[in-house]
Design a protein around this ligand. Structure first.
Ligand SMILES: Cc1cc2nc3c(=O)[nH]c(=O)nc-3n(C[C@H](O)[C@H](O)[C@H](O)COP(=O)(O)OP(=O)(O)OC[C@H]3O[C@@H](n4cnc5c(N)ncnc54)[C@H](O)[C@@H]3O)c2cc1C
Ligand code: FES
Ligand code: FES
Length: 485
């Protein structure tokens, strides 16, 4: 089996590693192979942020910086990128980076186990915000640190540090030198070996050829689901086909009616594109995992994985999104709710890949809301999710589209409830009847997140909330009143 050489830029130098197995994580390579132990291992499942590192990708003549969890990131996925870990912040002469100075002067570290991860999330924010000449707001600091858990210091001093770092003398990376090394790496060809252990094709044609010839290779995108199968379920894959570098799958475009999102677009970028058109999604998209997970995970991965508690699907179903599937045999397109056939099962053939999600653009008369109910406000998976898209005409329902999550084996469309409301007066009395229909339409299971009875109750309550919001009443959001630190 051919292991491709893994090459990336670290601390300004080119690192070249032969013999890295396909399922070896970036954290294992850092700590065990390279002895870079500043990066910590906590949960090993993307939940705590102790392992956060920053990746730099060449985008035109600039570097795009993203904080990611190294514990669930496959090492080979960073081939051709630049990497920063917590021990790269301090200057050659020992001068602390503004991130480190701010953490120190704000007393933002106690036991320190979480600190390397916080420092790296802050470094990502520093590069994307402070180095662009922008101050850091409290809200931006909270978003940037949404994937980092601290058990002893408390978040107030860490958030203070996030805002303080921008007020210190600026430290810039030598981007020209890094870009020239990334340019060199971009031109190293890995070839189309028949017997590969990790393959990262650059074009759709190449991906489809490989997918057809190697149906047993594990297809991965951001690996934020697959990483858990490896770390927690101890699964191993002899060969991995990584689609995140396929240019066609990383594109976002629009025409008059449709927003086209490539399947390998990260959740961060996909949600930014959705938010640009529908600002009411703000609080919902920021409650999807934490930033480092959204920086690696893709919209296509969320949809293809088909978890019944996946968050983007109820929304996309409510928006009448369609998915494009491609193989060497051709291309087909179907409504998203026709993709799923059962628990984590779908209509995709062994040689097919999800290439694009097509989302209808907003109309002036639409009313859209999506509700996610979880035990924790941040970085938690849905117990129940409800998304409703409504168009009224003269006080009656012209069209209503309802997507639900957490109440069936797959994300679903609430067809019976839609039928009960379409063409009817949009009144409280009619909604009461529809709530009964909605509660009868699904038979959720009980699990560690919620009981069946709770899910059924909440599902109906959310439809009532939606009705109230169409009447001009709004719920009080934690975001609006400021959360206690
Ligand atoms: C800490 C943490 C928090 C999370 N929070 C949330 C949350 O709040 N809400 C939520 O919905 N999810 C959450 N997730 C789950 C996960 O992040 C998402 O499902 C994510 O979108 C998966 O995308 P990925 O690119 O990482 O997929 P991967 O893990 O790479 O792949 C997942 C599956 O999809 C398949 N696949 C991927 N792309 C394609 C494609 N283009 N065509 C065909 N098959 C494909 C893969 O073969 C694999 O079977 C969380 C995960 C973690 C670790
Ligand atoms: S070790 Fe907890 S997120 Fe990676
Ligand atoms: S300082 Fe101890 S976990 Fe954050």
């Amino acid at each position: 089996m051919h292991h491709p050489v893994l090459e990336f830029v670290h601390a300004g130098e080119l690192v070249s590693l032969p013999h890295v197995p396909p399922t070896r994580t970036l954290l294992q390579v850092l700590r065990e192979d390279l002895g870079l132990t500043a990066t910590k291992e906590g949960c090993n499942e993307g939940d705590c942020g102790a392992c956060t590192v920053v990746l730099g990708e060449k985008q035109g003549d600039q570097i795009k910086y993203s904080a990611v969890n190294s514990c669930i990131r496959l090492a080979h996925s960073i081939h051709g990128m630049a990497l920063w870990t917590a021990q790269d912040l301090v200057g050659a002469d020992g001068t602390l980076h503004p991130v480190q100075k701010a953490l120190l002067t704000n007393n933002a570290s106690q036991c320190g186990f979480c600190t390397p991860g916080f420092a790296m999330s802050l470094f990502g924010l520093y590069q994307n915000q402070v180095c662009q000449g922008e101050p850091v707001s409290r809200n931006q600091a909270q978003q940037a640190l949404s994937g980092n858990l601290c058990r002893c210091t408390g978040y107030r001093p860490i958030l203070d540090a996030a805002q303080h770092m921008g007020k210190l003398p600026q430290v810039l990376q030598d981007e020209a030198a890094i870009l020239s090394k990334l340019e060199l790496l971009a031109h190293t060809e890995q070839g189309l070996e028949a017997d590969f252990s990790y393959k990262c094709p650059k074009t759709l044609a190449e991906l489809l050829t490989l997918r057809s010839a190697h149906p047993s290779a594990q297809l991965v995108a951001g690996c934020t689901d697959v990483g858990l199968w490896i770390n927690k379920a101890q699964r191993d894959f002899a060969s991995v086909l990584d689609l995140t570098q396929v240019a066609e799958l990383r594109q976002i475009s629009r025409d008059a009616n449709t927003l086209y999102i490539g399947a390998a677009v990260t959740l961060t970028d996909a949600f930014d594109a959705l938010l640009a058109e529908r600002s009411q999604l703000h609080s919902f998209v920021h409650r999807f995992a934490g930033l480092p997970v959204r920086n690696s995970g893709t919209l296509g991965g969320n949809v293809a994985n088909g978890s019944p508690i996946g968050d983007s699907m109820p929304l996309l179903i409510a928006l009448h999104a369609r998915v494009v599937l491609a193989s060497v045999r051709g291309v087909r397109e179907l409504p998203l709710d026709a993709l799923y056939t059962g628990y984590r099962q779908n209509v995709m053939a062994a040689d097919e890949v999800l290439t694009q999600i097509k989302v209808p653009r907003p109309t002036v008369d639409e009313f859209l809301r999506v509700y996610k109910v979880t035990k924790r406000q941040e970085d938690d998976i849905s117990a129940v999710c409800l998304a409703v898209h409504l168009q009224l005409h003269d006080g009656a329902v012209d069209s209503i589209s309802i997507g639900v999550g957490g109440v069936a084996a797959t994300p679903m469309r609430a067809k019976q409830t839609q039928a009960a409301l379409t063409g009817q007066e949009w009144t409280q009395a009619r909604i009461k009847l529809a709530i009964t229909t909605l509660r009868q339409e699904f038979q959720p299971i009980s699990d560690m997140r919620a009981s069946s009875g709770y899910r059924t109750q909440v599902l109906g309550n959310l439809l009532q909330r939606f009705w109230l919001e169409t009447q001009g009443q709004s719920a009080v959001h934690l975001d609006d009143i400021g959360q206690p630190c």
